[in-house]
Design a protein around this ligand. Structure first.
Ligand SMILES: Cc1cc2nc3c(=O)[nH]c(=O)nc-3n(C[C@H](O)[C@H](O)[C@H](O)COP(=O)(O)O)c2cc1C
Length: 197
């Protein structure tokens, strides 16, 4: 069994000193299929999302939290593209990240997806701090999930976050195994900062 023991190689090769959860975070596909995330830890990482900033403090984020082995987990897993189904079944929990795109009067919330993304970023960093790993995905049938969970018209499932404990890379299909050790690349800051030093 080859566990991902060389975690150093997955650390971000940063050009400035960052806080540990940001350096250590990466998106694995090999999760331990037996690991369980306790309710208190799940609550803690959702609390991190809760305290994210948002436009006019509208907090337009909603979540469906599904632990492995529950009907909600199966529903979410069934809606994933085959590529994602192949690895996400081992995650301890899935969080469906949902944007409230309009208020109760139907007035659009133009920043809803932006705010949701920021809340998910908080969740991700807190999960890393708790010793967990996360892997977000956009490859799923959002309309199917909207229907399956009977969501209101002003709610949109934007992404899914898998949460779990690192697992055995060898248990992955070969094509996915290679990705697990591929170099982690980023554009240089000089390309990202359009104006400014
Ligand atoms: C909105 C979003 C959608 C993504 N969709 C998928 C996906 O469908 N399948 C997948 O395996 N990874 C998906 N990813 C993971 C990205 O590929 C990953 O974050 C990126 O390659 C950077 O790698 P890192 O997170 O390890 O730094 C997604 C990430 C985000 C933020």
């Amino acid at each position: 069994m080859t566990l991902v023991t060389d975690l150093t190689s997955r650390k971000a090769d940063t050009t400035a000193q960052l806080i540990d959860p940001l350096v250590d975070r990466w998106s694995p596909r090999a999760f331990d299929p037996n690991a369980v995330v306790d309710a208190e830890t799940l609550r803690t990482i959702l609390e991190a999302a809760r305290w994210a900033p948002s436009a006019n403090n509208s907090q337009p984020w909603r979540f469906i939290v599904a632990r492995r082995g529950t009907p909600a987990f199966t529903t979410a897993h069934d809606a994933m593209l085959g590529f994602n189904q192949a690895w996400a079944d081992s995650a301890a929990a899935l969080v469906l990240n949902i944007a409230e795109t309009a208020d109760a009067d139907g007035k659009p919330r133009p920043w809803a997806r932006y705010d949701l993304g920021q809340a998910v970023a908080h969740l991700t960093v807190q999960a890393q701090h708790e010793g967990l790993h996360t892997h977000q995905m956009g490859g799923f049938d959002a309309a199917a999930l909207h229907a399956a969970f009977d969501l209101a018209d002003n709610l949109e499932v934007v992404s899914i976050t898998t949460i779990g404990v690192l697992g055995d890379v060898d248990a992955l299909p070969e094509a996915l195994r290679e990705r697990e050790s591929a170099p982690r690349l980023r554009k240089p800051l000089s390309e990202l900062v359009l104006v400014g030093e």
